[in-house]
Ligand binder design. Structure first.
Ligand code: BG6
Ligand code: MG
Length: 224
């Protein structure tokens, strides 16, 4: 059972949770796929949410085989397109409700961390201007096993000095919810139930969501 007084940390995924960079990841993959002649569309992109850059490319390539050099070059190209798309991100791109919740956590003495598979996470946190509201960052450079492995969230909890059971994760990806559950943490999924329905609590977004909303919904959820 969830006990609100035991919640000491909230670990936020970044892309698709605090800001809508999930759309830019999609656009960058679409550009790479188009110029490489690979079939890809928004629907195919949905299956990539939360996956690492390499794993995403592997899913796009399917059973086509390429040399490691070609794979590296495709990942570099995609990242180049993505980095260009995130250049102009500012605090205006923070998703509704995210800053209010970060501020409320700080006031309540609950730590906030980022648990993202992205190697661009620090750049985006800087551009969003939320670095001073975040106590720890676990990102694509922190661990080698990416989501759905629990490593990125366990690393975040370790940086905060907390046990997994003291942490809740906010995620927009099925792979991220799976990672949070595998870590033994409380999972809050943002988006449609088909995507994040395995989470303890499912919400459309963080818009208007307070700490009390989260703790009371978690208290109604079944452990697992
Ligand atoms: C995750 C995104 O946050 O980061 C994925 O949800 C992305 O779409 C992954 O593939 C890796 O990002 P990057 O910036 O290291 O290519
Ligand atoms: Mg995400």
């Amino acid at each position: 059972m969830f006990n609100p007084s035991e919640l000491k940390g909230v670990i936020f995924d970044l892309d698709g949770v605090l800001t809508d960079t999930a759309e830019f990841h999609y656009q960058a993959w679409q550009q790479l796929a188009d110029e490489t002649g690979l079939p890809f569309d928004r629907e195919a992109n949905e299956a990539l949410r939360g996956l690492s850059r390499r794993e995403s490319l592997m899913r796009i390539l399917g059973d086509r085989t390429f040399s490691e050099e070609a794979i590296q070059s495709m990942m570099d190209k995609k990242n180049g397109y993505y980095v260009a798309l995130i250049q102009n991100i500012t605090a205006a791109e923070l998703l509704p409700g995210s800053v209010a919740l970060l501020d409320e956590l700080r006031q309540a003495g609950i730590k906030a961390a980022i648990g993202s598979g992205s190697k661009n996470a620090r750049t985006i946190i800087d551009k969003l201007g939320i670095g001073d509201r975040i106590d720890a960052i676990s990102d694509g450079y922190s661990v080698s096993n990416s989501k759905p492995a629990p490593d990125v969230f366990l690393h975040a909890a370790g940086l905060l000095g907390l046990e997994p059971s003291q942490c809740a994760v906010v995620e927009d990806a099925g792979a991220g919810v799976e990672a949070a559950l595998a870590a033994g943490m409380w999972a809050i999924g943002l988006g449609p139930a088909e995507r994040v329905g395995a989470a303890h609590v499912v919400l459309p977004s963080l818009d208007g969501i307070t700490l009390t909303d989260l703790t009371s919904k978690l208290a109604q959820a079944q452990p697992g």
